[in-house]
Design a protein around this ligand. Structure first.
Ligand code: DWN
Ligand code: SAH
Ligand code: ZN
Length: 403
């Protein structure tokens, strides 16, 4: 049943049993790994693309949540720019107030704080919340939902902006989110959020954007329908180049802001692309199977030649690739990553060891699968030595390629 409208969800792809994408077990912990059925479908009524099974939120977002948003120079720049734009366009009144849902380590609110603007991050994962606080950001260590939003409204007053990046798509209870936004948002305020875009996912075959935390894959048509359902209106959209293609949605209370032409334009484009047609998802499913087959064939071929292959970036996304394609330590000997909390741990489900990125060069392998393909430019720029040593990168989206 659709988590937004109660309609029928028609399943279009089943990735089978999958582990939690951000739970990196120690070797002695692999017996206790949690698995669930990762399958995705589309609502026949409101066109919302969503997971068929839901993972309890406390299993994913807790004290030891390992993802640190500030780990990428590119994303730090993106969020600094985002904060500046919000400050210049929306936070212009006498004592403006901004709330961020899923503020993580303070990557966006840090800039807001430095500008001396009243703010609050709402972040359930304790470890990253502490990092944000250490940087001077005010954080409520909690899940955003109707009840916490109502308490924030009572304590701090109405918010001019409620912002979220890569977080709303993580929250199955969208009804409670919208009721919370209704309780907290100022009458003329905006709810702005950005998440991976369904249009880019099906276009570029970025099937690894589908994992436990990404409960929804949003499109303009599904977000517009959801906003309407809860008394809001989608008033603007903007495509973003980050994380392989996202859309930033701006939502206001119904009738208070003009609807920008971009909304209708992107909705029309989705219609022309056949974005919510069953044939689109059939083609996507066929491509996913083909890509996995080609990737495994390539990894087997280079292993048969006696070459060493590793992974680069222990991303949440890579859990779907390794587990769906059946790639283990036999094909990828280790994954290198800059996040200290992932070092000395194993990749979820596949149990490939994770090592510090500083060990990537000791000595360089022959091939490296770029799991953090969304940070390709940044990584290529700092790992030039790998190419110079004769190493080759492998990518698997939009197709399998040595480059
Ligand atoms: O939606 C989400 C996004 C924003 O972040 C969350 N559900 C979880 C997480 O997803 P992810 O792990 O797929 O995100 P990234 O940003 O693709 O992760 C990059 C990984 O690669 C991190 O573990 C850090 C690492 N890395 C690295 O080793 N060297 C990253 C960069 C930029 C580098 O140079
Ligand atoms: N905004 C950051 C973090 C994205 S990771 C960025 O774009 O990089 C998703 C974050 O959402 C995690 O830090 C997680 O703890 C948080 N989160 C998950 N469910 C939440 C909820 N219901 N309310 C607030 N934050 C939530
Ligand atoms: Zn629906």
């Amino acid at each position: 049943m659709c988590r937004v409208c109660g309609g029928t969800v028609s399943e279009f792809f089943d990735f089978g049993n999958q582990p939690l994408s951000d739970a990196f077990p120690r070797p002695e912990e692999i017996r206790d790994e949690f698995f669930f059925r990762l399958a995705v479908g589309i609502c026949e009524d409101c066109s919302m693309v969503q997971l068929v099974e839901e993972v309890p939120r406390d299993r994913m977002f807790h004290e030891d949540y390992p993802y640190h948003s500030s780990g990428s120079v590119g994303m730090r720049a993106h969020f600094e720019q985002t904060a500046r734009e919000l400050i210049e366009t929306e936070l212009t009144g006498p004592d403006p107030f901004i709330v961020e849902i899923g503020s993580n380590d303070g990557v966006m609110l840090g800039t807001v704080n430095q500008a001396g603007i009243r703010h609050l991050g709402v972040e359930p994962s304790g470890g990253v919340a502490k990092l944000a606080r250490a940087g001077g950001v005010r954080v409520r260590n909690d899940f955003f939902e109707q009840s916490s939003a109502t308490e924030i409204r009572a304590a701090d007053g109405p918010a001019d902006v409620i912002f979220a990046a890569n977080t709303i798509c993580h929250i199955p209870y969208l009804d409670s989110i919208f009721r919370g936004v209704d309780a907290l948002l100022a009458p003329q305020g905006v709810f702005v959020f950005e998440d991976p875009y369904l249009g880019d996912i099906v276009e570029l075959n970025t099937f690894d954007q589908i994992y436990d935390e990404h409960f929804y894959l949003f499109s303009v048509s599904s977000v517009r329908a959801a906003a309407r359902r809860f008394g809001f209106e989608l008033v603007d959209v903007r495509r973003l180049p980050v994380h392989g293609g996202e859309v930033r949605y701006t939502i206001a209370r119904e009738g208070v802001r003009p609807v920008r032409p971009a909304v209708g334009e992107l909705a029309r484009q989705e219609h022309e692309q056949g974005l919510v047609e069953p044939s689109t998802f059939e083609r996507f499913g066929t491509d996913v199977k083909r890509i996995c087959g080609e990737l495994v064939d390539l990894l087997r071929t280079v292993r048969a030649e006696g070459k060493r292959t590793v992974g680069y970036g222990a991303t949440a996304k890579s859990a779907t690739v390794t587990n769906y394609c059946g790639i283990g330590p036999d094909l990828i000997e280790a994954v290198y990553d800059t996040t200290p909390a992932k070092h000395g741990r194993l990749m979820p489900g596949s149990h490939i060891p994770v090592h510090s990125a500083t060990e990537f060069r000791e000595p360089y392998p022959d091939y490296a699968v770029l799991f953090a393909w969304n940070h390709a430019e940044e990584i290529m720029a700092k790992e030039t030595g790998f190419r110079e040593s004769g190493g080759r990168w492998i990518r698997y989206v939009p197709g399998v390629e040595i480059f």
